[in-house]
Design a protein around this ligand. Structure first.
Ligand code: ATP
Ligand code: MG
Length: 112
């Protein structure tokens, strides 16, 4: 199992549900977040250096899914929401040790 954490532009969040359905993800957690990447929130550069500006509003989408679904998910997301401009977002993939469904106590990949 892997956790895919996608930090994307808020106006692109509406495309995610369709992609998750296509890939066969069982659930999702969505959070409104603030952050910046390598441009440090700057929309501008001054004499070749980035001008630090602000934390920018982004949406964080977290999905835990089977290893063999990860590539399909990240490829579809990149294809669908890419504008080509800085700030399009970032995706982090990390291992998940276990998953537990509280209602039944069931454990492992079958709870996803
Ligand atoms: N190294 C990081 N650690 C944690 N969060 C990050 C990191 N890099 C980016 N983020 C989060 O992802 C959001 C989007 O980042 P962003 O798309 O600007 O990445 P980037 O690396 O600067 O790429 P680009 O050059 O395309 O802008 C940031 O606002 C921040 O919330
Ligand atoms: Mg950036």
């Amino acid at each position: 199992m892997k956790k895919v954490e996608m930090i994307i532009r808020p106006d692109k969040a509406e495309y995610i549900k369709g992609i998750l359905d296509e890939v066969g993800a069982g659930g999702v957690t969505v959070t409104s977040v603030m952050g910046y990447g390598v441009q440090k929130g700057s929309l501008d550069t001054y004499r070749g250096s980035v001008v630090p500006n602000n934390l920018l509003h982004k949406v964080k989408i977290e999905v835990v899914l089977a290893d063999d679904k990860v590539d399909a998910l990240v490829d579809k997301v990149c294809e669908t929401i890419k504008t080509g401009a800085v700030g399009d977002g970032k995706i982090f993939v990390s291992p998940v040790e276990n998953a537990i469904r509280v209602r039944t106590g069931e454990k492992g990949e079958s709870v996803l």
